[in-house]
Structure formats: C-alpha cells, structure tokens
Design a protein around this ligand. Structure first.
Ligand SMILES: Cc1cc2nc3c(=O)[nH]c(=O)nc-3n(C[C@H](O)[C@H](O)[C@H](O)COP(=O)(O)OP(=O)(O)OC[C@H]3O[C@@H](n4cnc5c(N)ncnc54)[C@H](O)[C@@H]3O)c2cc1C
Length: 450
C-alpha cells in the first residue's frame, strides 16, 4: 500500500531512504535544516565505499592505543576533549565496554552483511536509475602498513579474505606508483579490488535530481523540525521552524528519522534514548590537474593504516580532485552543531601528513578544508528500523548512527527502511546467523499487531 513518508534529514542517509521509498512506490516529503542537500556530514567525507573495511572503532587494543594517541599532538588520529555532558560519559563507558574481541567480531559481522548488501543496491541504482556522474569508480582500496607485525595481524584479521589480497611493498608500489615516496617506510598492504569510491555530496545531488523527476518527492529546505511529540501511540504532526521565523504544523503518516547527529534530541521527548556521539573529523580537497602523473597522486583509494588517513581520487567528467580525510575528535563542543567549526591546528597537521605522503600531488596549503561530525553509536552498527523502546509511536522509523561508514552503508540502510515500511521481507543475506537482523531481532520488524 502506498504510504506518505516524511523523512527528517537531507544527508546521504535521508536521500538514500527517500530514493528507496519512492522506488518502492511511496510518496516522500524530505525536511532539512539547510538550503541544499548534504550540507553537514555527507558534504566532503572521505569518499570511500569501503564495503570490506567495516570493522568498528571499538576493539580490544583501542583504549591502550588511544592513551598513546592522546599524547601524540595534533597529528594524532584520536583526540579526547572531555566535557561535563553526562551523555558523553555514558557513551564513552559503553564504547569502552564494547572494546573486546567478542563484541568487535559480532559488530563487524553485522556491518559486513549490511555493507555487501549496500554494494549490491548501489550497483542496482547506478545501472538502472541513470543517476549520472558522481565520480563513482571501482578501482579498489589499498590499506598500507608500515609495521610488518601490524601487517601480519591485519592479514590474519581480513573479513573477506577471498576478496582481499596481501601485497608486499614492491607489489603495493607496482599497483599504486605514487607510493614510491613511501618505499623506505612500507612493509606492505592489503588490497580489496572490489571496493569503490565516489563523491558523497555529488551522489546526494544525483539522488535528488532523480527524485525530482518522480513526481512523488518534495523537499522543505531551511527548516528545522522541533523535538517530536506523539498522541495515542502515533505522531500526528511535526512542528516546523523555518529559517525565516515562520512556524507551522505539518501532518504526517510515517516518519523516518535520518537526522544524523541531531536524532537523539528529536526523539528524547518520546522517551527514546539514542546513544550517539558526534565524532569530529576533517578533510582536505585538492584540485588535481587532468595530466597529473600517476607517480604524483594516488589513482586507487589508499588508506594509511598507521596514520589513519584515507585518500580518494574523485574524478568526474568535469574535474579531478584528491580527497584526504582523517582524525577523530571526541567530546568537542560546537557553538552550533549544524555548522561544525574547523580546528586550524588539526587542519595544518592534516596538510602536513598529506604532503609528507604524496609530496608531488600538489600544494596542500591550497586544498579546501572541511570538518564534519560522524553520528556514532558506541558499538559501531547503525540504529535501523523501529525503536526498541516499548510504547514508541507506531509510525516512527530510525535510520541513524552510521558513524564513519554512512556513505558505505547508505544504500542498504535506505533499502531496508523502505522494505520495512512496505512490510516486505528482508533479503536472505541479512537474515542468517551473525547478520544484522539476527543480532537486532526487533529492530527492523514492525511491532506485532500493527
Ligand atoms: C572526516 C570524515 C570522513 C568520512 N569518510 C567517510 C567515508 O570515506 N566513507 C563513508 O562511508 N563514510 C564516511 N564518513 C561518515 C559519513 O560521512 C557519515 O556517516 C554520513 O554522512 C552520515 O549521514 P547522515 O545522513 O546520517 O547525516 P548528515 O549528512 O549529517 O545529514 C543529517 C541531516 O539532517 C538534518 N537535520 C538534523 N536534525 C534536523 C532537524 N531537527 N530538522 C531538520 N533537519 C535536520 C541536518 O541538518 C543534516 O543536513 C566520514 C565522516 C567524516 C566526518
């Protein structure tokens, strides 16, 4: 049956949800705080569709490693900026509790099944829906290691060994000649030939262009939705606060929360507690000349494992750019969380890391900086489907908490929300042991009696 679905949030998760819903025959109204889609975390992320690198941040060695990173200055992959917010400390406690082998393995298995489904859906949308150019490429992902012991450990921990080749330093450079400058420091790498890259912002714009041709999609821009309220077990209307000061009531049938970092405050009045923290990160975008030699800038996606920096060649028919993304800052308070601020010291450190690794790629002082907040759950997997709390409104659906993998997981997350709202069965790849639905049995299912 056709439903009218209101999606709150115009990042990659909201747009992928809207696209999947319209494809399934529903009508969508999408509401976002900004003038344009993908204006927050989905704007200039790392561009990785890293379907086989989905291991969550929470792992057994991480608390010890984090203490070393905390002493490492502005180039450190992780910075902790403690504040007095009890929600931050509760999240940290849950994160530390999840830093064990068993939880890590279970979360990684859920995320792998979701990621592989996402790759299949991305392929279907790309080939069937004529989305246009969003700098998508399937050139594979190479994770380089500098320490041979760490390389051996990573080789043993591969989640999809049949698709992930272990390479020595010479083979890494043969595959990606721009790593020549790193020759003396490289011990080897792991190459996933099937992984992809794309421009997340351009993907969101492409989805919206397609939605606009459907006749079943409307976007309300420059509008914040006030925290939600329900009556008789349903959300009947939303309070909209337009940027120009107007306020109005908006009637709803089904509501999908795809509000990234702002989801928790939206559902709090309903008694729903979402454990989400905004983990801040940074990126640089360097314009590359079309004739940049292959020894200067990477043409496949490269992840520098020790420094936790990712590099993606975002080449479209119009331009070629190198996207560099890195760093996790926990606990930094923003003056306005809808517009996260740049930290000039972190950006300067990122410029240095990038130009040390690829000195001939260009002048990183000229690269465009960006900051974003990853909406993160303590264990890693996103919160997808019906809220788990008893008595939550019948017409409320969650699609939040995608952390550092929102672009990678967006197509699957959108597809699964649309299936759930359409009361359609889940794909068999997602209902076996160790998969998302096995671990979150009630999350995707509608409550009995609906
Ligand atoms: C440095 C960095 C690098 C990253 N690299 C990668 C990568 O390489 N690959 C990958 O898969 N992922 C990556 N990510 C993660 C990815 O970018 C995020 O997981 C993803 O963008 C989250 O999308 P979202 O739609 O949930 O949130 P957002 O993109 O933030 O969208 C949420 C939208 O909801 C709107 N909104 C919220 N509340 C309201 C309200 N009350 N009313 C109206 N509108 C509202 C917001 O304004 C916003 O526009 C990276 C993140 C960072 C920070």
């Amino acid at each position: 049956m056709q439903r009218h679905v209101t999606v709150i949030g115009g990042g990659v998760i909201g747009l992928a949800s809207a696209h999947a819903l319209v494809r399934a025959g529903h009508c969508v109204t999408l509401i976002d705080a900004h003038a344009e889609v993908a204006s927050e975390t989905s704007h200039a992320n790392g561009g990785q569709l890293s379907y086989r690198y989905v291991a969550p941040l929470a792992d057994s060695g991480v608390p010890r490693q984090a203490i070393k990173w905390l002493l490492a200055g502005n180039e450190a992959p992780l910075k902790l900026r403690p504040n007095l917010d009890p929600a931050q400390w509760r999240w940290m406690a849950r994160f530390v509790a999840a830093c064990n082998h068993h939880t890590h393995q279970a979360s990684a298995a859920q995320m792998l099944s979701l990621a592989l489904h996402s790759q299949a859906i991305m392929s279907e949308w790309r080939t069937r829906d004529a989305l246009g150019d969003f700098a998508w490429q399937q050139r594979g992902k190479l994770v380089i290691h500098r320490d041979p012991k760490v390389l051996d450990k990573a080789a043993a921990a591969r989640v999809a060994p049949q698709d992930q080749q272990v390479l020595d330093a010479r083979q890494c450079i043969a595959l990606e000649p721009s790593l020549t400058h790193q020759q003396a420091h490289l011990s080897g790498g792991i190459f996933s030939a099937s992984d992809e890259t794309a421009d997340c912002h351009a993907f969101c714009q492409a989805l919206e262009r397609k939605l606009q041709t459907s006749g079943r999609y409307t976007r309300i821009a420059n509008t914040r939705v006030a925290p939600l309220s329900a009556r008789n077990g349903r959300i009947a209307q939303l309070e909209l606060r337009h940027l120009d000061g107007r306020r109005e009531r908006h009637a709803v049938e089904e509501v999908v929360i795809a509000a990234g970092n702002h989801a928790a405050e939206l559902v709090r009045p309903l008694g729903i507690r979402l454990s989400l923290q905004p983990l801040k990160g940074y990126s640089l975008t360097l314009a590359l000349a079309a004739d940049t030699p292959e020894t200067a800038a990477p043409h496949i996606s490269v992840t520098d494992s020790a420094r936790k920096v990712v590099y993606a060649d975002l080449a479209s028919s119009a331009s070629r750019q190198l996207r560099v993304a890195a760093m996790v800052d926990i606990g930094q308070r923003e003056r306005d969380s809808f517009h996260p601020e740049l930290d000039e010291q972190r950006i300067a450190a990122l410029r240095k890391l990038a130009s040390d690794t690829f000195p001939a790629a260009g002048d990183f002082a000229q690269a465009t900086p960006w900051a974003g907040l990853r909406p993160s759950t303590p264990k890693g997997p996103p919160i997808l489907g019906r809220p788990r709390q008893a008595n939550s409104p019948d017409n409320l659906w969650l699609n939040v908490g995608h952390g550092s993998l929102g672009f990678t997981l967006a197509c699957a997350s959108g597809d699964l929300i649309a299936r759930a709202i359409s009361r359609e069965a889940l794909p068999s790849s997602l209902s076996g042991p160790g998969t998302l639905t096995n671990t979150l049995p009630d999350a995707l299912a509608a409550r009995p009696g609906r």
